[in-house]
Design a protein around this ligand. Sequence first.
Ligand code: GDP
Ligand code: MG
Length: 738
Amino acid sequence: MNGHFSAVGDKSAGGSYDHGVQVIDEDKEFNGNLNDYLQNTHVAESGFNYHLISVFGSQSTGKSTLLNNLFGTEFSVMSETERRQTTKGIWMSKNKREESAGAKMADNILVMDVEGTDGRERGEDQDFERKSALFALATSEVLIVNIWEHQVGLYQGANMGLLKTVFEVNLQIFLKDKQSTPRSLLFFVIRDHLGTTPLSNLRTTLIQDLTKIWSTISKPHGLEDSRIEDYFDFGFAALPHKILQAEKFVSEVQKLGTRFTAGHRGNKGGDDQLEGGLFLPEYHRRIPADGFSVYAEGIWDQIVNNKDLDLPTQQELLAQFRCDEISREVLVAFDLVVAPLEEQQGEATKLGKILVLPDLGGVGSAARAKLLGAFEVQASRYHQGVYARKRQELEAKVDARLKALYMGQLAAAHKAGVAAFSDAVTSKVKAGQKAGGGYEFAEIVANEKQKTLGIFKTEAQGLAIQDLPWTNFKPQYSLFEAELDEVSGKLRKEEMRRLATRVERWVKSRLGEAIGLEFNKLGSGRGGTGAPETGDKPGEKDLWDRVWGVFTGIVKEAESRFADRAKSFDASDEEAEVGMWRLRRKSWVGLREKIDEEVMEGNILLKLRENFEDKFRYDEAGVPRIWRPSDDIEGIYTKARESTLTLIPLLSRFRLSTTYAPPDLVSFVGGQPTGVEAGDEEDLAPIGGVDEDEGKSLEEEMTVLSESKRQDLVVRFKKTADGVYVEAKRSAIGGVAQ
Ligand code: GDP
Ligand code: MG
C-alpha cells in the first residue's frame, strides 16, 4: 500500500499490529495508519485516560529489550550475533500487560521506541535526533533515558549530547507556550547495574551532570536564571545485567513495571520526587486520544519543516479539525432521523398537500439533544474556546434545520386547522338548519374555535425546547387565532346573508298580503260619495299613507327581528347596520314590485270597475239600485265615473295625502353605512333619488303610472264604465217592460 511502511508489524504490509505501528519511518514520513492503530487497540476511545512514554538512549543499549520485557511489546531487538541498528524511525505499541508483579498497571500505556540516537548509524545526522527529541517532548509524559552504569559520570558520553538536545528543544517549546507547558519526567534506567555503587550515588552523579549540562546551554532572553528543575522531574531505576543475572533481571523489570501507574508529587524527598506511580497528571499533554494522531501529525509536520513548534496553535488547529470531524459524525445520526422528515415535508409542500408530522417535537428535540450530547462528550475535551465556538456552529446548523421543519409543521397545522374549523362550523350550521334552525351560531363558532386553537396550541407547545427562544411559537399562535377570527367573520357574514334572505322573504310575503289588502279596498266604492272630484272613501284618498304606514311597519318589525338574530351570533353593530340597510333597500324594491303588480293593466282596470260599480249601483245607504226609467241614470253615472276617475291621478304617484309629497324614502333607506364592503352592494337594485348617481330622480321612483299609461287607463276605464251604464239603461227599460 505504501512503500514507506514496509517494516514488519505495519498492518498495511503484514496485516496485523503485532509489532506496534511505525509512527515515523526512516524517511521521516509520518504514518497515516496511526489513528487506525489507536482505533484497533481501543485507545482512541479512552479520552484522556492514556499515557505516553518515549525511550531514548544510545544504540544497542537494550532499549527495545527493556520495553518488550516491561510492556510485553514486540519491538524488534538486535540479534545477539549481528550488531546493527534494528529500530528505524519511531515505533509505537500499546502496553500488552494489565499488571506487573501482581500490581495493576495504568490503562492504555502507549510506548514509543525511538531510533538509536547517538548518531552512530546515521553518521553525523544529528538532525533526526533533534527532531525525534522534539516530537517526544511534545507528546510524551515520561522520557525513559536508557543508560549503562559505566556511562554514568562520563559527562562527555553520547547520552549527554542527547540530553543537551532535549533541554534545548524543551526551552524552545517553552518559549512558545508559556502558560501550559507541562512538566516531563526524565526517568533514568541504569542498565547492567553491578550493585557495588548504590543507586543513590549514581543519582547524585547524574544530577550533577545534568546541572552541568544545563549550565552550558544558551538560554533565551529572560530565562537565563531558570533551573532545570523548573521543567523536569527526575526518576531513577537500576536493572541488573540481563544475561549474567537473567532471573534477577526479570524480577527487577517486573518490579519496575509496578511503577507505571498514577502517582503524585512526594514531599519526603527520597530517591525520586515521586510517590506511588510515575504518571503525574501534570505530565499529561491533554490531547484527547481520538485526536492524538492528527495532533502528532501536525507536530511532526512542523518539526520536519523546521518550523517553530507552537503547541498552543497546534492544539487549536487540532481542536478545529476534530470538532469539525465530530460534528460530521454526530450529524450522521441526526440526519438519519431528521432528513426523512424534511423529505416528507418537502414532498407534501411540492404537491400542495397538508402534512402534519406526528410527534415531530418529540422526535426533533430528542435528535437534537442526542446530537449535542454526543458532541459534548467527545469535543469538550478539546481546546475550550474552539469547542464552544464549534458547538455554537453545530447548534446553529441543527437549529436552522429544525426551525425550517417546525415552521413548515406549524404552517401545515395552521392550514389544517383553518380548514377543519371552517368545515366544522359549516356542517354544524347545516345540521342546525336541518333540525329546524334552533342553533346558536355564535356558540358553534366559539366552541369550534376553542377546539381548533387547543389542537394548534398542543402542536406548538410540543415543538418547544427549553431555553430556546426561537421555539416559542406565540406569534404563530396569534396569527392562527387571527385567521380563525377572519374565517369566523366570513362564516358569520354568510350566516347574515342567510338570515337576510329569510327576513326578506318574510317581508315580501307580508307585503304581498298587506299591500294587496290596501289595494283591494279600492274595489269598494261604498260608504259615501263625498266630493266627486277626489277619492275620499277609505282606501282612496289616503291609499299611499296607508301603504307607506303598512310598509314601514313591516320593515320595522323585520329590522328588529334581524337585529336580534344578528346580535345572537355576535355580529358587530357595523355588520348589523349593513344588513339592515340592505334589508330596507330590498324591502322598498319589493314594495315597488308589489305596487307594479297591483297596477298592472288587468288588475287595476278591474279594481276601477269595481269601484265605479259600487258607486253607481249602490245608493248612499249602500242599498243596490233597481233602475227605473224615471231614475237619473245619467247623472248618477257621471258622478260615479268622475269619482272613480279621480283615483287614476292618485294612483299614478306615490304621494302622502298629508304633505302632497312622496314619502321621505332617502331618510328611510338611510345613507350607506361605513361597514359596506365590496360585494355588499352587488345584488342591490338602484333606487331613484336615493342613489343619486343613478340618474333617476325620486319623482321618477315614485311614479307608479306613466303619463301614457294613465291616459290609456282613463280611456279603457271610460269604455268599461260606458258598458256598465248601457247595461243599466237597458235593465231600466227592461224592468219597465217586464
Ligand atoms: P536497542 O538498540 O537499544 O533497542 O537494543 P536492543 O534491545 O536491540 O538490544 C541490543 C543488544 O543488547 C541485544 O543483543 C540484546 O541481547 C542486548 N541486551 C539487551 N538487554 C541487555 C542488558 O540488559 N545487558 C546487556 N549487556 N545486553 C543487553
Ligand atoms: Mg531498539
